[in-house]
Design a protein around this ligand. Structure first.
Ligand code: NAD
Length: 334
């Protein structure tokens, strides 16, 4: 093994760790996502060519970053994972081929296709229909307790409607719609205060405030996209379809993105990607791609997980819009 390759790996990992800390823990990214993604892919490529050099602490094996000490911690009974990425048609078809090979199936798959919302993942726990806890993803197994802050988001029901499971963890994205983001930044600029770099950064900075009164003033929104722990002795959530699960969550009062669709086959999923990319500029919120998920829960379970992401879903990202120079010119606010 060449010494220079080991050194290169070490430098890449250190650089990515530093960027992750700035992004997830401080809410103060210093490079655009496209630059982070480029280095991450480079690391993935080297590790794929030299599997003996993969270590459990490599950024490719981990989700997010450790939670900030100023919040109390929440252990996720079901880990909150990240997503594998596809950046072009070829890598998307490689994903569909992988799942077909793994399930040994030549039939067309049903997919639940969803916009990839650019905010931050939260898990909201309901016990007997009542919101009792909310947490950030953190490093996937331990998140930050942000219950008080989440309760200030009006779109999130404090009590679910109807006949619900005893325990239901709803997972989804807290984000800042563009209209609210622009109005907030305009007001900040007029008052000579710092502005937020982008809606994702604004959502994360607003949600992870120790003073929930500040969060309450921020125009935050939430869409649910999945579930975590469920205790459901009377089978209220009995369906084999991820899409139907989301529709059930909607009936219980959770907001679901109106662009979510159930589609059949890889080509239909690709058409969905193109369609949402065309819609992108007219949407009320920022997205950075679409998420294509195998719809059948039984198939999801059979496919399982790798270190940091499920095998049954892929984040199909749009081409990068942002430029390093543009981003570095903007001042960030925590
Ligand atoms: P990710 O954001 O690429 O994908 C996983 C996340 O997607 C989930 O945790 C969830 O929050 C979100 N999501 C949105 N819509 C969803 C849907 N419909 N269904 C399921 N999940 C949905 O992964 P990540 O691990 O959070 O981080 C990688 C991203 O963060 C990359 O875009 C990377 O560029 C960026 N990043 C940037 C920096 C930087 O310094 N600029 C540092 C670290 C990470």
């Amino acid at each position: 093994m060449s010494q220079s390759l080991v050194l290169q790996l070490q430098q890449l990992r250190q650089q990515l760790e530093q960027y992750s800390y700035q992004y997830y823990v401080l809410d103060q990214p210093t490079v655009p996502d496209s630059e982070y993604d480029r280095l991450f892919q480079q690391l993935q490529r080297i590790e794929a060519e030299h599997p003996e050099l993969i270590s459990s602490t490599s950024p490719t094996q981990r989700v997010g970053a450790k939670p900030l000490a100023k919040f109390s911690q929440v252990q996720h009974q079901i880990p909150m994972l990240s997503l594998d990425n596809a950046f072009d048609d070829e890598s998307f078809f490689a994903f569909t081929k992988r799942i077909a090979d793994s399930l040994d199936s030549s039939a067309e798959f049903s997919f639940c296709s969803e916009p990839k919302l650019d905010g931050l993942a939260v898990s909201i726990r309901y016990e007997n229909g009542e919101l009792v806890q909310a947490a950030t993803r953190g490093d996937g197994s331990t998140g930050e307790n942000i219950t008080t802050n989440v309760k200030t988001i009006r779109a999130i029901p404090l009590r679910l409607q109807g006949d619900v499971p005893e325990v239901l963890e709803v997972r989804g994205e807290v984000f800042m719609p563009l209209a609210g983001f622009n109005a907030m930044n305009d007001a900040a600029a007029k008052a000579g205060q710092k502005i937020f770099a982008n809606p994702r950064n604004a959502a994360a900075g607003s949600l992870r405030q120790l003073d929930a009164k500040i969060t309450a003033q921020r125009p935050l929104m939430f869409y649910a996209y999945g579930i975590g722990e469920v205790i459901d002795s009377n089978k209220k959530l009995a369906t084999d379809s991820h899409y139907q699960q989301l529709m059930q969550l909607k009936q219980w009062g959770m907001p679901i993105c109106p662009e979510v669709r159930q589609v059949k086959g890889s080509q239909a999923a690709l058409d969905y990607y193109q369609h949402i990319m065309q819609q992108r500029d007219s949407l009320a919120y920022e997205i950075d791609g679409v998420v294509i998920k195998v719809d059948s829960l039984a198939q999801q379970q059979a496919l399982g997980f790798v270190a940091r992401a499920p095998r049954w879903a892929v984040a199909f990202k749009f081409p990068a819009q942002e430029m390093l120079t543009k981003l570095l010119a903007v001042e960030f606010q925590v």
